[in-house]
Design a binder for this molecule. Sequence first.
Ligand code: HMG
Ligand code: MG
Length: 298
Amino acid sequence: AYPAEVRIVEVGPRDGLQNEKLDIGTANKIALIDRLSATGLRSIEAAAFVSPKWVPQMADAAEVLAGISRKPGVSYPVLVPNEQGYERARAAGAGEVAVFTAASEAFNLKNTNAGIDESLRRFEPVLARAKADGVKVRGYVSTVLGCPYQGEVPLADVVRVSRSLHAMGCYEISLGDTIGIGTPGKARAMLQAVAAEVPMPALAVHFHDTYGQALANVLACLEEGVAVVDSAVSGAGGCPYAKGATGNVASEDVVYMLHGLGIRTGIDLDALAATGRWLAGLLGRDTGSRVGKALAAA
Ligand code: HMG
Ligand code: MG
């Protein structure tokens, strides 16, 4: 059965913008997050406190966090790869952070210059300090349905890394099809395998749309009972360490599908779609959301 309610984690300002070639500038990033805050979203991933040498698009993370108007009831998580990132995030006032690793050793080396176990060790001080500071920590597992370097990724590896992050204290584990290669049957089987070890309410799904399968994958996972979905307004982005990967599934498309299924999100779809078209304009192209296009034409 489908969940009655789904929480959307809007990752456009981070996962979207980290891989856009055109930098929309700090003021527009702030305006984007403020517009998203007004749509009814409850989780908006605002920035990444990673190395600016690795991801120059996120170099202004502190300015972005300082500039946004925080709406009560909305969480603004930020990505941190290590303790240094955690310190920068806290200094900028972050109240929730997200750590990230992968199910594929090869991908994690390219993305963070560390193997999986080494990345988990880096997270230990982050989790410890976050606990003491009362900061919530989300955990990401990348390449859950395939890796651009390694190819097939064994389900056992996805389960092992998910279980580790959960055991370390991450309140939610986001399962990422980083390169958008998965199909619904595989997505379902992957989620089932992880849910046997980590409770379903602590799981989220994160699909990129490279092969046009993202919405179908989301639906398959909803049928398994997942109630948290990551998506990016306007379908912005990709992944700097996954060549050819397109953006996340568009938030507008996910919300339209959820509302059509009678599932509550608390999100104003028209406001979200207008924000997506505005962002696409800044990026100099059409919105990547089919729903965003259709609503503009209606
Ligand atoms: P490294 O080069 O091995 O780091 O990078 P290091 O510890 O050796 O330090 C080297 C330099 O980086 C030093 O500066 C540090 O101070 C600095 P220097 O002395 O040379 O001037 N440094 C930092 N600066 C700012 N903030 C920090 C930080 N840490 C070190 N936090 C590192 C290791 C992890 C830092 C690097 O590889 C990195 O930043 N990687 C991030 C890559 C990234 O952001 N990828 C995209 C996000 S993941 C994703 O998109 C997937 C996801 O969406 C889910 C999915 O779709 O699957 C989440
Ligand atoms: Mg991603």
